[in-house]
Design a protein around this ligand. Structure first.
Ligand code: KE4
Length: 433
């Protein structure tokens, strides 16, 4: 049996950092990444045969848990009919119809292969549809690694402490304005001075790339009003929150709090692919008229709407749209956060957590952070010690302070109880406990 360490050394000889996505390298928390051999339900087993209760779920997609029988069967059947054709298929239409059915703010979607592609294309569409160049994003939000958006990103880059990426020429980001999340004055100011030049404002409605920070209702409401007033488009990046926090995504949560609220463009990924490479962006038919082959905004992809990936996504959506799915998932996730909070309280460790649907986050601090600066100031040492203590006890949390956690339908009450029991143990050993 090859050890994780041996695999990591071998991987580093042929793959930069030994990983195909930086956060997997454990550089934020230290130690050796676990090379996963297989997964089933809420569990993953590493190359050494150690079992973990999985709270990453592939960073969101695995909302049903690993290896759901109906999804597995759909993927196996689709694969037998062919992997990829580079031609339209009925299943892409079915998946588009299903996404639109659950998200009333969109009339049409374009399927792509990653959240980065979806976010990048949404920006290009917003710029093409408005004829404007400026885009507004918020510090701490991560929308994939497209050049124009990789400015003060909140995911892997924040973990490495480099707020902007090397290799992005200044002229590429000259039109990208980065504001503070939840800062009303700044958004008022930017529209007052540059409103007529702004193509779109892009936001993670619940920022899972700052662990778990909610956009405040007045903030979201005001952005929507200002966009409307100045002819800019409001882009909701729901790659993480879409079909994860609710069947209608975070926008359905805000629509309950802000009468008539709807973003102009929505970006999806993760859950809609069920673990296979699939993402999407959606908007009104009117705005989509600008997109190739109808209009001048170019966008394309060899594997876009891939027949096996759409089968995986459709089978996943079929399961999660069953009545009561999100009520049960939300209650389970909430019980996890409450259990972790109780464990911290018993150990006298400052801790705060939050959750929505199957997504959760926590910080070693007293109050829920409202922006990137506050997140940066939370106790990293305690987080890292907690992460490793839990990993040693068979609980796999996100290996970075800036990442959210995910519960699946496959996690049982016993799994939650075992996690909380491990946390009680680890919290006692934290510095300052
Ligand atoms: P992908 O290109 O990784 O499919 O999606 C980019 C993306 C876009 N928007 C949001 C809100 C996202 O969270 C992501 C990707 N999320 C990270 C986790 N923070 C994926 C994990 C990773 O980078 O390895």
């Amino acid at each position: 049996m090859t050890s994780n360490q041996a695999l990591f050394e071998r991987a580093q000889r042929v793959i930069p950092g030994g990983v195909n996505s930086p956060v997997r390298a454990f550089r934020a928390v230290g130690g050796t990444p676990r090379f996963i051999a297989r997964a089933q339900g809420p569990y993953m087993w590493d190359a050494e045969g150690s079992r973990y209760i999985d709270y990453i779920g592939s960073w969101g997609p695995m909302i049903l848990g690993h290896g759901h029988p109906a999804v597995l069967e759909a993927v196996q059947k689709a694969a037998l009919d062919g992997f990829s054709f580079g031609a339209p298929t009925e299943r892409e239409v079915e998946l588009a119809e299903e996404i639109i059915r659950h998200v009333p703010s969109i009339e049409q979607v374009r399927l792509v292969s990653s959240g980065t592609e979806a976010g990048m294309s949404a920006i290009r569409l917003a710029r093409g549809a408005t004829g404007r160049s400026k885009i507004v994003k918020f510090e701490g939000c991560y929308h994939g690694h497209a050049d124009a958006l990789l400015v003060k990103a909140g995911s892997g880059l924040a973990t490495f402490g480099f707020p902007t990426s090397a290799g992005v020429p200044p002229e590429v980001v000259q039109h990208t304005l980065v504001l503070e999340y939840n800062n009303l004055e700044q958004i008022e100011e930017i529209f007052a001075t540059q409103g007529g030049e702004i193509a779109c404002v892009m936001i993670e409605p619940i920022a899972g790339n700052m662990n778990f920070v909610r956009a405040q209702v007045p903030f979201v409401k005001r952005i929507a009003e200002l966009c409307q007033q100045h002819g800019a488009l409001f882009v909701f990046d729901e790659v993480m929150t879409g079909f994860r926090v609710a069947l209608g995504g975070a926008q359905s949560v805000y629509a309950r709090l802000i009468p008539g609220f709807a973003p102009d463009i929505s970006v999806f990924g993760k859950v809609i692919g069920g673990g296979m490479p699939l993402a999407a962006f959606g908007t009104s038919r009117k705005i989509m008229q600008h997109l190739a082959p109808l209009g001048p905004v170019y966008q394309a992809g060899t594997l876009s709407g891939n027949p096996v990936a759409t089968a995986c996504g459709l089978a996943t959506l079929k399961q999660i749209s069953q009545p009561g799915f999100y009520e049960a998932l939300g209650a389970k996730t909430q019980s996890l956060v409450e259990g972790l909070s109780a464990a911290a309280k018993a150990a006298g460790v400052p801790f705060v957590g939050d959750s929505e649907g199957g997504m959760f986050g926590f910080f070693f601090t007293a109050e829920l952070p409202q922006n990137y600066g506050v997140v940066m100031a939370t106790d990293k040492e305690r987080f890292n010690r907690f992460f490793h203590g839990m990993l040693d006890r068979g609980v796999y949390l996100a290996p970075a302070l800036y990442e959210a956690g995910f519960v699946s339908a496959a996690h049982t009450a016993d799994d939650i109880a075992a996690t909380v029991a491990a946390a009680r143990d680890v919290m006692k050993s934290l510095p300052g406990a």
